[in-house]
Design a protein around this ligand. Sequence first.
Ligand code: ADP
Ligand code: MG
Length: 595
Amino acid sequence: MPEDLSNRIAAGEVIERPASIVKELVENSLDAGATDILIELEGGGKQSVKIVDNGRGIDRDDVKLAFERHATSKIYTFEDIHNITSFGFRGEAIASIASISRIEILTRKNESLSGTRAVVRGGRVEEIIDAGCPVGTSVFVSDIFYSTPARMKFMKRDSTEQTHCVDAIMRLALSNPEVKMRVVAKGKTIFNVPRTKNLSDRIALVFGEDFGRHTLEVKGQRGDATIRGVISMPDRTRANTKGQFYFINNRFIRDRLLNHSVISSYRRLIEPRRFPYVVLFIDMPASDVDINVHPAKLEVRFRSSGDIYSLVTDTLSSALSGMSTDRSELSGPSFGVRADAYRERVGNVLKRYTVLSGTEKKTFNVNVSEKGMRKAPDSFGGREGGEELPELFNERDVSEDAVNFSSLNYLGQIAGTYLAFSSEGAFILMDQHAAHERVLFERLKVSTREMTHIQGLLIPEVVNLQPGRFDLLINNIDALKAVGLGVEGYGENTILVKQIPAFLTGCNIEELISDIIEEVEDTGKTENATEIKDKILALMACKGAVKANHKLTDSEVAALCKDLDSIPFAATCPHGRPTYAVLDIRDLERMFKRR
Ligand code: ADP
Ligand code: MG
């Protein structure tokens, strides 16, 4: 196969769009030890891309080599490929780019008196001459895709391509905080980050200060793998997973397993179909991960994906539950809000809790002063421009007894669904179903752990399943058992339910079983037993909870309040909907125009 053709085929794989060129070239600059990189884009990168770095430059003799495929200065032996630390290692990028465009390189090494200018078009070297230039390398790419016009047709509008370019640069900026990067498009600076000492500062610069005020730092370890980064608090979410950034050994990657593990860590803290923001750096021995799956190198294969999954869920869950004993600490000036400050901030809803003891009433010392919260993100000054926060997470004081539910003054039921309460300085509305659901969910978690409150049925219930569901249910028989559902196979598509949690007595078991099947049906392979169990518990809590449009007696309301006080987390139902809302004195004043 002619060299030129194989280059073009390789280019098709590696160079999808201008952003791919930008990524490869900036990575080369980083590999060359640059601390200052300028990126200039014309026409969203379709017209031209220019990268100027202050790295170590290329030897005159090596310039020509750089245009040849598999010419890399980064691997010497075959073993090296398993211990890759630099970005480039295939020696493919420059040759590929050269085969589909015109490249002009100007480069000088520190110790050389003069530099080199080289021009390559369509893979053919047109010129290599001495040239005066500063130390470092500048690569100018134009006539992009001139040799593959079909590819050009797939390009999107300038603005779209430019966004892709900036995305690629932003990722590299996150993983290389000590490198200054500036992007100029049509003569205007559109992205500019100075050198920063640490990741936290860099994240603040890339995402903006407002984001910083809604994040938690996380840090964890499992075996040889470590994780660190920041994650958004449950009050800051978006409708897709585009706010999730993962770096394995400092290399940006996409991975469904990681997406999944993050989302599952937030389960029951944020609403369904909402996604958190995360910037996570996972480091592990290079031999435990295969980053060589695709030439664009965005995908990886883990040697032990189960461990990575657990590393993420353990670290994130513990930060989010506020029960972490290990204080997350990244070096340098603090970014975002530390876990303890966060705890304090949402203390009124996310109560710290260690032991849950039956129905015994507990009074919590709920700290809603938020002093820690206001102090921690000093560097993130003003509040303007942020999205409206849900009432529950409002950054201001809520009178203390507003959240000690038992001490509230019950006013009455609205529309058979909402319970109204008053306290010294606030008016509180509660969704009776959501609140009860949360209570049951928390109770269930404890009772199933201890296997109490399980009731054998005198007459087992025979349940006919939908066609094809039998195996699905039987495969999860252990998970069912773990939540107090004793089930066994009976006929071809029939099961026997022999045991249920006591509080579900009288509920429609057939409906419960079919709902459970639906839950486990869309359960990913990676979910572990605990997660499946939690899903089923949430479902059972929903089944058992008092419905809307149901009259509650005063003593039932009192019992509900007492129960809410006894559980560790009362702000949302297990599906993430809020259980109560507070109108405090300031809201009332505003409402009646006294302020
Ligand atoms: P790879 O990065 O996989 O080695 P490339 O095709 O991207 O392959 O680059 C080929 C070689 O050219 C590199 O190994 C490196 O020696 C040299 N090179 C490319 N860009 C630069 C740069 N900005 N500064 C210094 N050397 C560079
Ligand atoms: Mg490279």
